[in-house]
Structure formats: C-alpha cells, structure tokens
Design a protein around this ligand. Structure first.
Ligand code: NAD
Ligand code: UGA
Length: 461
C-alpha cells in the first residue's frame, strides 16, 4: 500500500512553492528557501508576492500546518515527500544559451536531498523541466544516497496561472502525476494522489508515465501561447483590413472545438514561463534532430516579439513618426492584471523602445513598486540607470501618470483603468490626445466622445 504522507517539504518559496503548499489542508508542510529575505516576508504580514486570496489562505494555515523556514536540511530530513519547486530559467551562457533550461538550481536542490536524507523519500519534480529530467535527478540521488535510503521520483507539474493562482489551486482543471510504471513508482504516485484527494476529485487526478507528464507541461504552455500568437497574428490582419479581432475571436471561439477562452489579442504575452518553456521545447526538438518541429514552435515566440515591436512602432507612427521629447504615460507594468510579477512583461520591451526614441515616459502600476520598475529598466543593473533617469518618472496613480501626456498607452488590463475619470484626464492632456489600448479593454466610443483619438490593437477603424 502507498506510504501515507505525514510531512511535506517544499524547496523553493516562490510564485509556485508558496501558493501550492498554502492550500494543502491537513498535512504539515514546511516551505524552505535559501533566500532569507523571501522567507522573512512569507512569515510577515507583507507576503513576497501579490495574489488575490493568498493573504487569507496563508494567514489561516501559517503556524497551523504551514511553516516557512531557511533550514533546508532539517525540512528535508523530516519529510516523507519533497516538492522541488525551484526556478528553472533560460540558460544565459554555455551550451544551449538562450534556449535550454538552466537546471543548476534543480540539481543543487536534488544533491542536497541526497546528502541530507537518512530515510527514504518521495521526490516530486514541481518545477517545469525538459523531458527526461527525472532521469538525471535519479542518477544524482542514487549516486549520493546513504545506505538504506531509496528515492522515488514523480513529476507533478503545476498549471496555476498568476493572478488566479488560489482559485486555480483550489479548483484545478486537473492534477497531473507522472511516475515510473514500476511497483514502487506506482506506489509513490498513490501517495501523492492521496495528498491531493483531500480537496481534488479523484477523476481530476491524472496519472501517467514520467516522460509524458514532463512533456505535457511544456506542451500545455506551448499550446496556450500558440493560441495567443495566432490571435495576435490575426490582429495585424484586422488592423490592415478593418475587421475587429474581438469579433473574429468571438466567432472562432464559438466553435466548441476551439472554445472561447484564451483568445484575447494583446501587446504580446509575458510572464516567466511561456517564452522560457517554448524555447525549452525548441531546444529539446533540436537536440532530438527534429528541426521542423523546432522551427514550428520557435515561430510562436517570434510572433510574440513581432507583436510587441509592432505595437511600439504603431505608437511612434501615430504620433507623427517621432516621440522624441514627448511625454508618454504607460498604464500597467505587470505582465497581466492581478499580479505584481513583471518577469518578461511586454511593458518592459515597450518602455525600452520608447526610451530608445528619447521619449519621456511616466509609469503607473497598482502592484509594482518603483524599485522593481528600475530593476526591469536596467535589466537588473546590466544597463546604467543614469542616462535614462531624466526620461523616466514613476507615479503613484494613473491620473498623475497621465498628466500632460501626449499619449496614454495601456499595457496591462488592470480593472481600475476602466473606471478612471477619463474626462479629467483628457482635460489635463495636450491636443491631440491619444489613447493606445494594447489590451482591448477600454470603452472606445466613450473615449472618442470625450475627444481622445483611440488606437486599439486588432481594430482597423
Ligand atoms: P521563483 O523564482 O519565484 O521561486 C523559486 C525559488 O526557489 C526562489 O525563491 C529561489 O531562491 C529558490 N531556490 C532556488 N534554488 C534553491 C535551492 N537549492 N534551495 C532552496 N531554495 C532554492 O520561481 P517560480 O515562479 O515559483 O517557478 C518555479 C518553477 O515552477 C519554475 O520551474 C517554473 O517554470 C514553474 N512554474 C511557474 C509558474 C508561475 O506561474 N510562476 C507556474 C507553473 C510552473
Ligand atoms: C501560464 C499558464 O496559463 C499556466 O497554466 C501555467 O501554469 C503558467 O503559465 C506557467 O507555467 O508558469 P501565467 O503566465 O501565469 O500562466 O498567466 P496567463 O494567464 O497564461 O498569461 C500569460 C500571458 O499571456 C500574459 O501576459 C497575458 O496577458 C497573456 N494573454 C493571456 C493574452 O495576451 N491573451 C489571452 O487570451 C490570455
């Protein structure tokens, strides 16, 4: 019979580790991280990430069955089951730079598990990884383990989306568990399934082979991103023809085989995962000598780059081909609404574009602080801040950001932008006053009536 899991350790207290473990109802979970500031924040009233509903869930569970700690070794040693939920970013140098996943964090965590453990463990790959990573993990674990310790490795990718993480975790479309089809593999799979069955219906817990599970995660993200690139590609045709992308997406999505969700045209997709995971799939395809497959997926990322550039160009073109010295207000900096996360946010590329044209930009985002915006603008210190400082100002409200702006550019679909006092904003803008809606979220007719010239992605009129 499967081992009953009594104590869980989660290595990595990030966007995934924190929320996923906070919803586990009745098993002791210790989330550990090497980053002390992050752990301190998880133990404070000021959580390190913003996610609707997260505060309440953490407050209820913390100290009851949920603990945050920097004592990685102790948590590993005590646990029967260990989630490895560390970051797996795109490699910046060496073989596969720019495409392959950097598995260093994952391997260091795995090595630590082997070195510290004095009893057998179930080790769960929660991070998104290339297909067959579990093989390497097993080799590392077996080569470094103490006598009598055995390790079962499971793949259990996470499908939560930021901004809706808590709802997604309480009510997932599915939970996917991959294991070796051996007796001990299947038994470990049963142990993890039992953890989830505390709140997830049995028929939503899918159990498959290890490699299918690993690949399904990359496949799911690739297919989701591909929908956005498809709709964004069509948005360019709409702009050139007078069709409207929302109408086209609505008509196409009514086909039950396509479905209505995830068909919103935009300034391009952002977030820490879509691009990274597709590039990872491209690298995998190339390593497997499948250049046609690699080229196909690579185009999804290329289309996204094109969309971001196209939008920035459109702003410049519309402002009579120069934005030098002009004030442009950017509304939204996060990669989507309801998160403070800015990783790969399209707003960053758009801002860089405006700055390279020597525009003066003002930025407002309800959840992203000034420090983070500067980290993004300087690529975490790689680019000097001094030359751009005079041209960047970060504001505490949308109204302040828009004061005196020749163009207002909506980059993130925060709900509050819908209900701004647009008449007052208009009164404080020079003429002609432009609004560029990169998210198709504003009431175009209303803005036009006020006097704005409105340019919306994916509409030709
Ligand atoms: P993150 O950077 O927010 O968190 C990772 C944490 O792991 C960091 O706090 C880091 O300090 C810690 N860490 C790294 N190495 C460690 C070690 N050896 N010991 C202890 N702690 C260590 O990353 P994230 O956004 O939570 O993503 C984690 C993984 O989940 C990635 O593989 C990602 O692709 C995947 N994923 C992310 C999301 C998402 O929405 N962000 C969704 C699904 C899957
Ligand atoms: C995405 C997936 O949706 C999750 O299932 C997955 O677990 C996660 O990646 C991951 O592996 O990290 P996330 O990136 O948090 O989640 O957010 P999404 O809602 O997918 O949005 C991604 C980007 O696409 C955002 O910039 C968003 O604005 C954009 N988007 C989304 C569109 O432009 N149009 C859409 O119709 C949907």
């Amino acid at each position: 019979a499967p081992v009953v899991v009594k104590k869980i350790c989660c290595i990595g207290a990030g966007y995934v580790g924190g929320p996923t473990c906070a919803v586990i109802p009745n098993i002791q979970v210790t989330i550990v991280d090497l980053n002390k500031a992050r752990i301190d924040a998880w133990n404070s009233d000021n959580l390190p990430i913003y996610e609707p509903g997260l505060d309440e869930v953490v407050k209820e569970a913390r100290g009851r069955n949920l603990f945050f700690s920097t004592d990685v070794d102790k948590a590993i040693e005590e646990a029967d089951l260990i989630f490895v939920s560390v970051n797996t970013p795109t490699k910046k140098s060496g073989i596969g730079a720019g495409f392959a996943a950097d598995l260093n964090y994952l391997q260091l965590a795995t090595r630590r598990i082997a070195e510290v453990s004095t009893s057998s463990k179930i080790v769960v790959e929660k991070s998104t990884v290339p297909c067959r990573t579990a093989d390497a993990m097993r080799t590392i674990l077996e080569a470094n383990s103490k006598p009598g310790c055995t390790f079962d490795i499971l793949s259990n990718p996470e499908f939560l989306a930021e901004g809706t993480a808590i709802a997604d975790l309480f009510n997932p479309d599915r939970v996917l568990i991959g294991s070796l089809q051996t007796e001990s593999g299947l038994s470990a799979c049963g142990s993890l399934a039992a953890v989830y069955s505390n709140w997830v219906k049995k028929d939503q817990i899918l159990t498959v082979g290890l490699w299918s599970s690993e690949l399904s995660k990359l496949a799911a993200n690739a297919m989701l991103a591909q929908r956005i690139s498809s709709v964004n590609a069509l948005s360019a045709i709409c702009e050139a023809t007078g069709a409207n992308i929302d109408e086209v997406a609505y008509a196409v999505g009514k086909d039950t085989r396509v479905g209505p969700k995830f068909l919103k045209a935009s300034v391009g997709f952002g977030g820490s995962c879509f691009q990274k995971d597709i590039l990872n799939l491209v690298y995998l395809s190339e390593s497997l000598h499948l250049p046609h497959v690699a080229k196909y997926w690579r185009a999804v990322v290329e289309m996204n780059e094109y969309q971001k550039d196209r939008f920035a160009h459109k702003v410049v073109e519309t402002l009579f081909n120069t934005i030098t010295g002009k004030k442009i207000a950017m509304l939204g900096w996060a990669f989507k609404k309801d998160t403070g996360d800015t990783r790969e946010s399209p707003a960053i590329s758009i801002a860089n574009h405006f700055l390279s044209e020597k525009a003066r930009i003002t930025i407002y985002d309800p959840q992203v602080g000034e420090d983070q915006i500067w980290l993004d603008l300087t690529d975490y210190g790689a680019i000097p801040a001094e030359p751009i400082k005079p041209n960047v100002s970060i504001q505490k409200s949308a109204e302040d950001a828009c004061k005196g702006a020749e163009a207002i550019v909506v980059c993130t679909e925060w709900d509050e932008f819908k209900t701004l006092d647009w008449e007052k904003i208009y009164a404080n803008c020079p003429r002609p006053a432009f609004v560029f809606d990169g998210r198709l979220m504003l009431d175009r007719k209303k803005l036009q009536k006020i006097g704005f010239t409105v340019v919306t992605i994916g509409t030709g009129d």
